[in-house]
Write a protein that binds this ligand. Structure first.
Ligand code: SF4
Ligand code: SF4
Ligand code: SF4
Length: 374
């Protein structure tokens, strides 16, 4: 087995590949805890959980996580930071979407997470199904989500679900959609992970990226059979990134035609409820001044939202969690995407791409020293 080579992973017993890797990490004491997943009410509601005993790692229904992400405001990066101490004082094994990996990089730079204490499995995926569209779709089609046992996005156009034991394929359309943020995602490649796990081909393809990742994969050989694979997930993702970027540039061009007054007006329905802050994986200030002012009713909705946008403009990793959770459906990601595109064009800076990239607004000398040390 070699670093950089993709392998098709097949379970020797019942435990699927990601679960087998996490279990092995605990059994072999490579980590103290792993970030797992459990299906809550139905497969569309997957919740993160911290697991410290190997016997508690069970089938987590990873394809459901790949299709739906963690439900509502949860994300792997947020959960690691908030509920697992950011792996600052313990070793953690976890899986993460590409935007989660970017959030971990930004949190590492700010000493909120220690990537050196993590063994990460970066998930290659098509994007997540939009939760709100899903509910309407199920109501319209009279589908009971508790009857769905498995789900898998098979291409950017289709999702396959097993309902009441019968496999059915549903095309994405005006009702059932991939998240808006995912359909114009221009950073889909898994970066900075120890292992890449691709769910794009129907098989689970694992690629060790670092020695740490290779070690975990080799040790998991007691639970998994590996066969060399020629599947190239990266080529497919690059194609999707190019399409996403073209879509995003078009959206930004339209946005830039708006007057400042129109851009402000679009934020007018914000109720300063704070859900976008709580959902954001890179919003971590303990004494959030915006939340305090909101509680004291000393801030209007425009100042609230503009301050937030300005505050985390170069930290935002474009995960879309704020946008998809906003009860007022404010198009928050267009504001962040516009700034992110400008940062890339002017400074070549992409948030979350590398721990060595210093955010353009940082004091370079101080920050270079600070960001690299833990
Ligand atoms: S925003 Fe991009 S990286 Fe994140 S879940 Fe969507 S497609 Fe994946
Ligand atoms: S933008 Fe949306 S989620 Fe954020 S505070 Fe305003 S209403 Fe709440
Ligand atoms: S601001 Fe929104 S899109 Fe950006 S990282 Fe936070 S939740 Fe994700």
């Amino acid at each position: 087995m070699d670093v950089g080579k993709p392998y098709k992973a097949t379970p020797k017993a019942k435990l699927p590949p990601i679960e087998a890797l996490l279990k092995t990490m605990l059994e072999e004491k490579l980590v103290d805890k792993v970030l797992g997943a459990k299906v809550d009410k139905d497969v569309t509601q997957v919740k993160p959980e911290a697991i410290d005993k190997a016997e508690n790692v069970k089938d987590m229904n990873m394809p459901a996580y790949v299709a739906f992400n963690f439900s509502k405001m949860d994300s792997a990066s947020k959960f690691l930071h908030k509920s697992m101490g950011g792996a600052l004082n313990s070793k953690v094994g976890m899986f993460a979407r590409p935007c989660d990996m970017r959030a971990l990089v930004e949190l590492h730079k700010r000493r909120q997470v220690n990537l050196d204490n993590l063994i990460t499995i970066g998930i290659e995926e098509y994007g997540q199904v939009e939760q709100k569209s899903l509910k309407k779709y199920f109501t319209d089609k009279k589908i009971d989500p508790t009857k769905i046992s498995s789900v898998r996005i098979t291409s950017p156009e289709k999702v396959e679900m097993v309902i009441d034991g019968k496999s059915q394929v549903f095309p994405f359309d005006a009702t059932l959609q991939i998240c808006r943020n995912c359909s114009n995602c221009r950073n889909k490649l898994v970066r900075n992970a120890d292992i890449k796990a691709s769910f794009l081909s129907g098989d689970v393809i694992l690629t060790p990226v670092t020695k740490k990742g290779l070690d975990a994969m080799e040790k998991a050989g007691k639970l998994l059979d590996y066969a060399e694979s020629s599947f190239d997930g990266e080529a497919l993702l690059k194609e999707m990134e190019a399409k996403g970027k073209a879509k995003q540039l078009q959206e930004i061009a339209e946005f830039r035609k708006k007057t400042p007054e129109q851009k402000m007006a679009a934020l007018g329905s914000c109720t300063a409820c704070g859900i976008c802050i709580r959902a954001c994986p890179v919003c971590f200030c303990v004494d959030c001044i915006l939340m305090a002012k909101r509680k004291a009713k000393k801030i209007d909705q425009y100042t609230f939202q503009l301050s937030r946008i300005a505050h985390i403009a170069d930290t935002c990793v474009q995960c879309g969690k704020c946008d998809s959770n906003c009860p007022k459906a404010l198009p928050l990601n267009i504001y962040f995407n516009d700034i992110a595109m400008q940062l890339e064009e002017k400074y070549g800076y992409v948030s979350g791409r590398s721990i060595d990239d210093v955010p353009p607004r940082a004091n370079v000398t101080d920050m270079r020293a600070r960001y690299k040390r833990h």
